[in-house]
Design a protein around this ligand. Structure first.
Ligand code: FDM
Ligand code: MG
Length: 214
């Protein structure tokens, strides 16, 4: 039998503000690395690029942009990373990503842009093998000390984003590529649950890289 070539897995962590997404992603990265896995953590928006700086300025309300224009910038910010994501995966590196196209869709559709229009610019991006949605309740969000000062960090907006995430989850269907994790639970319990889903992919996968939104 010929050896099948493995590649690194592509794992996305999504969620609302105060869901513990960034903390959990960082912990997950450490856990993977201490298990000897070659892993990299990305986050979107990547505010370090030229496009990312425009996004950062918009999020901090230092500039105004048309809703569609900013949506396309968020997507372009992923496209500028797409080839490097692919080459890392092919080189056997596990890519962990704090937010991806699902946030792009959820936040823009929550503002009232048509759902199908919002999906379009991300068509063809590398698709994650697994997306973990950290599901935090409005009550827990409030308990965790409220929101920061950035655009979208408001209860009504978060409520609408939650509804779109639910729709995305329904459309992703069963099959294990989209997993909802109760993020109201204790930090260690959430970490344990995430690891349970990540571990089977940690050593890589033989599956070809799929594309959004297949
Ligand atoms: N966000 C993030 C979007 O509106 N579209 C996107 O495509 C992405 C990736 O940007 F409110 C929103 C989600 C969040 C804000 O994200 C900044 P971080 O994770 O809080 O930096
Ligand atoms: Mg934030």
């Amino acid at each position: 039998m010929p050896e099948v070539q493995k590649r690194g897995a592509f794992i996305v962590v999504e969620g609302l503000d105060r869901s513990g997404k960034s903390t959990q992603s960082t912990q997950l990265l450490e856990k993977l690395r201490s298990a000897g896995i070659d892993a990299k953590l990305l986050n979107f928006p990547d505010r370090t690029t030229t496009i990312g700086k425009m996004i950062d300025s918009y999020l901090r309300s230092e500039s105004e942009l048309d809703d569609r224009a900013i949506h396309l910038l968020f997507s372009a910010n992923r496209w500028e990373a797409a080839s490097s994501i692919e080459s890392s995966l092919r080189a056997g590196t596990l890519i962990l990503c704090d937010r991806y196209a699902f946030s792009g869709l959820a936040f823009s559709a929550a503002k009232g842009l048509p759902y199908t229009w919002c999906r379009a610019p991300d068509v063809g991006l590398p698709a994650p093998d697994l997306t973990l949605l950290l599901d935090v309740s409005p009550e827990q969000q409030a308990k965790r000390g409220g929101f920061g000062a950035e655009r979208y960090e408001k209860a009504e907006m978060q409520e609408r984003v939650r509804a779109v995430f639910e729709r995305v989850g329904d459309e992703m269907g069963a099959g294990g590529r989209w997993v909802v994790v109760d993020a109201d639970a204790e930090q260690d319990a959430v970490a344990y649950e995430l690891w349970r889903h990540v571990e089977p992919l940690a050593q890589g996968t033989e599956e070809p890289i799929r594309r959004l939104w297949d």
